[in-house]
Design a protein around this ligand. Structure first.
Ligand code: PAP
Length: 341
């Protein structure tokens, strides 16, 4: 287990995002991007001025679309790769922390754990940010992505036995979490998006990596077809019974907890380390930043707001709740997947 990742400090990971997207190495991606961009449908952006629709999915042009194209052109998956796949604001930060802590649990002590000094996003490279030295990472690599299952290259899904841990969340909480987060990152020269506008866009599917329901269903179906490759989790279940979910995660990742570890309380330690209360109060998560690219720099504190189930409902009108619940029932009909009310 010692060979999991190189020293997982923020610097190590952020150095992988050094703007390689502009280098000659990805000329092919840039050329393809410039060719298709003008012909893609446009929708209103939440954080950027526009989103573009590519193969049915709404993406930020410069970051997410280019990132997706880079993945198709350049990423070389390994059968041992583990991906944390999420739609934004569904529990990415939490799942990253839990996965990192679970997989590396014999490598670090809980008293001086890297998660005490590094934002969880700094521990796992984000694929669409085109990290440039992934080939040098030892196996198995822990990586993260927001790419919908249906847009992943076959090299990641069909031809390899890569594993995906996916987490979803009630769409009302996702919408509100996303609206608040995106407005914080929205450039000052663009007027903030109102909740009413965000709601309409979200319902129409126009949000980063949306439509949300298609994203969820893609991974849900894959988890039914190949449960050994795709673990499907819900934020609400993780909140309710974190220890149960962490044990499932350990098994899925090929790192089951031994009876001795269970009796020593290792699972409980991981749950405590990665809890909202603990992580959100750490100095690094209150005052440092995450640099995802030369343009995208995010205050770590924005990744931690309330961390509650059902908070979205306190922002939405009864009518909005009814409409989003109806869309959800309609979209998930027959899939076997349900969310709470
Ligand atoms: P990202 O897509 O920007 O990475 P992501 O981590 O998926 O965001 O989602 C952020 C949400 O998870 C926030 O929810 P809220 O706005 O409803 O509060 C954030 O507070 C919550 N969150 C972050 N860390 C944790 C954690 N350790 N436990 C529970 N919830 C968490």
């Amino acid at each position: 287990m010692d060979s999991f990742l190189p020293s997982p400090d923020c610097d190590t990971i952020s150095k992988t995002y050094n703007g390689q997207i502009d280098s000659h190495l990805i000329q092919k991606t840039n050329e393809g991007y410039r060719e298709i961009l003008p012909n893609l449908p446009r929708g209103k952006g939440w954080m950027t001025e526009h989103l573009v629709q590519y193969q049915g999915v709404w993406l930020t042009p410069n970051f997410a679309l280019k990132g997706l194209m880079w993945v198709h052109d350049h990423f070389k998956p390994r059968s041992t790769d583990i991906f944390l796949a999420t739609f934004p604001k569904t529990g990415t930060t939490w799942l990253k922390a839990l996965t990192f802590a679970t997989v590396n649990r014999t490598r670090y002590g809980f008293a001086d754990h890297p998660l005490l000094t590094t934002v969880p996003h700094g521990c796992l490279p984000f694929l669409e940010a085109c990290p440039n030295d992934l080939d040098g990472f030892p196996s198995p690599r822990l990586l993260s992505t927001h790419i919908p299952y249906t847009l992943l290259p076959n090299s990641m899904t069909v031809n390899q036995s890569c594993r995906f841990a996916y987490i979803c969340r009630d769409p009302k909480d996702v919408l509100v979490s996303k609206w608040l987060f995106m407005n914080k990152l929205r450039p000052k020269e663009l007027a903030p998006i109102s909740l009413e506008e965000a709601f309409e866009l979200f319902c129409q599917g126009i949000s980063h990596y949306g439509p949300y329901w298609d994203h969820v269903l893609g991974y849900w179906k894959a988890s039914l077809e190949t449960p050994e490759k795709v673990l499907f989790l819900k934020y609400e279940e993780l909140k309710e019974e974190p220890s149960v979910v962490v044990k499932r995660l350990g098994e899925f990742l090929g790192h089951p907890f031994s009876l001795e570890e269970l009796s020593k309380g290792v699972v409980a330690e991981i749950v405590k380390l990665c809890s909202f209360e603990n992580l959100s109060n750490l100095e690094v998560n209150k005052s440092s930043v995450l640099k995802l690219s030369t343009q995208i720099i995010i205050d770590n504190r924005h990744f931690f707001r309330k961390g509650k189930v059902g908070d979205g409902k306190s922002y939405l009108t009864d009518e909005m709740i009814k409409r989003i619940n109806e869309i959800t029932s309609e979209k998930l009909l027959g899939s076997g997947l349900v969310f709470g009310s």
